[in-house]
Design a protein around this ligand. Sequence first.
Ligand SMILES: Cc1ncc(COP(=O)(O)O)c(C=O)c1O
Length: 431
Amino acid sequence: MDIKHDHRYAINLNVRGIQPSATLRINELSNQLRAEGRDIIKLGLGQSPFPVPERVVEALKEHAHEKDYLPVKGLKGLREAISGYINRNERMRSTWEDVLIGPGSKELLFMLQLAYYGDLLIPRPSWVSYAPQARIIGRSVHWLPTHAENNWQLTAEELDIVCRDDPSRPRILILNYPSNPTGCTYTDDQLLAIANVARKYKIILLSDEIYGEVHFEGRHKSIARYYPEGTIISTGMSKWLGAGGWRLGTFIFPPELRPLQDAMAIIASETFTSTAAPIQHAAITAFNGGDDINEYLKQSRRILKVVGEYMHRRLQEMNAVVQKPQGAFYLFPDFSAYREKLARHDIKTSQSFCTALLASTGVAILPSSDFGFTPDHLGARLAFVDFDGGEALKLAGGDYADIELGDDFVQQACPRLAKAMDKMEQWLNSL
Ligand SMILES: Cc1ncc(COP(=O)(O)O)c(C=O)c1O
């Protein structure tokens, strides 16, 4: 049915001027073009290519009958499992009471901003949803400058400069590493320096570590080790366990921030009540881990590392300026070398760059303007996830179990990624 706007109603929207989430928009457009028969290579949405491990799927089946509402903060057994998981990984001493469960970490991030009155500090570039969430709530966003030479990472000095003018202002800093969109991560020294500045200004530090488990070397470290009293760790099952659509995320709070956790639980109680019961039960299996999950993670990391290296090299060969990823499944190339050639085709923004690339080659990527850059910054984010993760895991753990992965593996397991690079290269050369 065609619904027409009825002018008798003054619809004063809270989300005026805000577009649907950039990643979901590109996904829908790609699906639409696919439905029209175009061959679209989807490097837009950052969804894990890997299937959920079998034992976790079995656990979900076993708990399909769980039908009761669960406690607002989450199932006790799951909160215990997550606390144990974070204590093992980070040598922390959290307890189950420090854990909050929600339907995706995205929702928890939104509730955090709703519950805490303060400015939001985010490094540029940052994940597409932090700033729009702040805007929906009416909070001010302060983008922190970073530089390509510095892997687009926040430095302690830049943070200090921003805070020094108004030292006691309430602030939340979101740090996300390994990073979406760059794939880069921080060294221990960098984390320590940032932690010291955060402590100096009593900043609440939301450490978005949703890609922590897909650090290619398995060496992710939480900044909570250096700033335990002010850091909330955010994670979930979406990126390392292939369970994005299951919608489960978690925050681990320090006891010092318990009032904030309680305030978020009040919001949860008045909005979604609790996260889906069968999913919470199944998540216990995931966070308790085991040899099978360790093996799954080992192979996922091997695959993502070799694919990331391959894509990085191909982009460098195209004269893009791009950092080598150390985790996650993203690359953030800058195509400024083509600025003049692109301008001859009236392509002057990252948005028009991505639109033209999609129209000419069928390769879908996201413009850097979605990550906080001015429209004329000619960057983009590629999510290297358009491959069959199940098949890739089988190959990596089978034929390639004892062989170092290289280009031949990428060609075999991820042919569409190789094709995307070929198409992009041809298009750039044809400008
Ligand atoms: C950096 C970052 N944080 C948080 C999320 C949200 O993940 P979820 O809501 O599935 O837990 C994403 C998802 O793309 C992300 O890339």
